[in-house]
Design a protein around this ligand. Structure first.
Ligand code: KIV
Length: 283
């Protein structure tokens, strides 16, 4: 048997657009790489490295300065979904269904999910909820709408579920989360995001369900990982335990802006090389 590590480089990835079906087939294989994206240039940068790009409702906090994700509406998700689809050629684009757009009835959920898919070009929607949303997920998936589930810590339920703390840190909290994950699977979701849970629970969920489990703050026992891109690039002030910062871009931006401000104030910018001359002049 070869001891060579598996090739997990960018070039190992298929060059066609990923679908929900492809992602479902990645269960138990090379971990699924996912990040959030909200705008075209970022999506274009992330695309060739990622299997899935999520247009998360975290857009409300990251780009619009909201305190939580609850104030995000369908129009905002559609606008950013379209922008991300313009930049993504390979990754599956999934758009979050915002708070209030799907909980009331499965018919409302269908209307909003259909709008999101048809007006953005995305390949799937994500919604938060387990057992109590299973009927809605089934209604959508049976009508041609691929659904990515989201269980464990569900930020849209922050007011009823008591904050953003990790779940499943004592065994008596496990059963409802396991039941949620199974319900989402049985309803036809192609994969499920598992957020903010202790490692042994994440491992158990991943072992016990047949669809990929994409973790965020859920250890490396999952079938894949997702992070908010601005968090891992050091562009967003909040830095929870589960975020590894792969860059400190906020500091780089500040340095650049500081240089710009100084150069404008001292007339060092714009220089000759940035200045239009009259036609026919030599310099
Ligand atoms: O909105 C979002 O960005 C998310 C991810 C953090 C999973 O739901």
């Amino acid at each position: 048997m070869s001891t060579e590590p598996k090739d997990v480089s960018v070039d190992a990835r298929p060059k066609r657009q990923q679908t929900a079906k492809n992602i479902a087939q990645m269960k138990g294989g090379t971990p699924i790489v996912c990040l959030t994206a909200y705008i075209t240039p970022m999506a274009a940068r992330l695309d060739k490295y990622c299997d899935l790009l999520l247009v998360g409702d975290s857009v409300g906090m990251v780009l619009y300065g909201l305190e939580s994700t609850l104030g995000v509406d369908v129009e905002t998700m559609i606008r950013h979904g379209r922008a991300v689809c313009r930049g993504a050629k390979q990754a599956l684009v999934v758009v979050d269904m915002p708070f209030g757009s799907y909980e009331e009835s499965r018919e409302l959920a269908f209307r909003n999910a259909a709008r999101i898919l048809s007006e953005t070009g995305a390949g799937a929607v994500k919604l938060e909820g387990g057992v109590e949303l299973a009927d809605t997920i089934k209604f959508l998936t049976r009508r041609g709408i691929p659904v990515l589930g989201h269980v464990g810590l569900m930020p849209q339920s922050v007011h009823t579920n008591g904050g953003y703390g990790a779940r499943g840190r004592s065994v008596d909290e496990w059963q409802p989360i396991l039941e949620d994950a199974k319900a989402v699977q049985d309803a036809g979701a192609f994969a499920v995001v598992l957020e903010g849970v202790a490692e042994p629970l994440a491992r158990k969920v991943t072992e016990e369900i047949a669809i990929p489990v994409i973790g965020i703050g859920a250890s490396n026992a999952c079938d894949g990982q997702i992070l908010v891109t601005e968090d891992m690039l050091g562009l967003f002030a909040i830095n929870p335990k589960f975020v590894k910062r792969y860059a400190e871009l906020a500091a780089g931006i500040e340095d650049a802006i500081d240089s710009y401000a100084r150069e404008v104030r001292t007339r060092a910018f714009p220089g000759e090389e940035h200045t239009y001359k009259m036609r026919g002049s030599n310099s």
